[in-house]
Design a protein around this ligand. Sequence first.
Ligand code: SF4
Ligand code: SF4
Length: 424
Amino acid sequence: MDDNRRMWADLGIDLEAHDGLLEVLPPLFQDVYLSQKGRPSRMAYFDNVFAEIHGLRVRELVNHRKAGGVVVGTFCTYVPEELIIAAGGIAVGLCGGAEIAPEEVGRYLPQNICPLIRSSLGFKLAKVCPYYESCDLLVGETTCDGKKKFFEILGELQPVHVMELPQRKGPRDVDMWRGEVGDLLTRLEELTGRKVERQALAGAVKVVNTKRKALLRLAELRKSDPPVISGLDALLVNQIAFYDDPRRLAVKVNELCDELEKRVDSGKSAGVSARPRVLVSGCPMAIPNWKLYGIIETSGAVVAMDELCTGIRYFRNLVDEEPDDLDGMLDAIATRYLKTDCAVFTPNEERVRNVLGLAKDYDVDAVIYHTLQFCDPYSVEGFKVERALEEAGLPMLYLETDYGTGDVGQLKTRVEALFEMVVA
Ligand code: SF4
Ligand code: SF4
């Protein structure tokens, strides 16, 4: 048995099912990613992180735990990574982006639940995710109804802490959320048996802000026309940011940006079409969900920006680094996270404004609105977004899809029709 297999077996992974998963991923990656032309050479780091998705990074988690650290799994951009890092933990995003173990999932969840939730449960039930099995604690949140109930199921299988997220952003909601941030810190302190000190939290705030600044720098470079990086490559970077070491990731994203800046100066573009430029907006796309980006960029367009949690929603806002006492830092963290404009909030006018702002800043020709099947918050909010875009004179294509490949032909036809219309 090689070292990785021994590690997976020790984590309780179902090796046979896991082998099946590892057989599917490399050809998919080859097909979607490695077949692209004109990729920046610095994408090699991210390709390797993906190739080693269940190898090197998992070994880092295992070694971290052996050294007395903890690993905490999350499913949403509302969970403050700073608290986990300050408590001596590693945060890993666990949202699933592929259909897995549908029959076992069907024993717990009805068919009409969004594929992200079904997949996230599937990876746990099938015992094929070494990240799940490395976690000392999972942190959920009361965002949409499906997720709330999913965390009850998950709580029967692994320790779960649920943060109560308000649905509005008024003064009472802010206070409640600040309490939830404090409760998570307490839970993490109980888990590790150590108090989080001021310096540790200040350091963690800097680490996560540095990661966000690097991702923002990359986002800024995507304004270039012709594009210096494909939307697919930017999506991969954003997806990897949820589970890679944040300090190393920031360094690697900055190295990629250095290369892209040279491309801007020399006029060298990525091997994707310069126009139409598209803003993708809506539900997140967890690894390995690259379906829609693949369709868009093989249909003669470029994804110039992503209004998604696997996009700018994850890193747009920084935590204020001014406060120097623990309470003030927790206030700043709570404030920053509550700015996130997920469709689960009501009212959510700031998201509509943000979509319009991104469409303008990235000079896009069209918006493709992505909702995962059975996602009420994003599908309903889509109508408001469409109305605002219509008033701004921008076309929007609403697409609802899942993790299957059965609708690829139909999606491609609709996307191509949109592009024909905008270039006419
Ligand atoms: S879309 Fe909303 S619920 Fe989903 S990860 Fe983002 S913030 Fe969380
Ligand atoms: S995609 Fe929609 S339904 Fe699915 S977890 Fe996110 S908010 Fe909930």
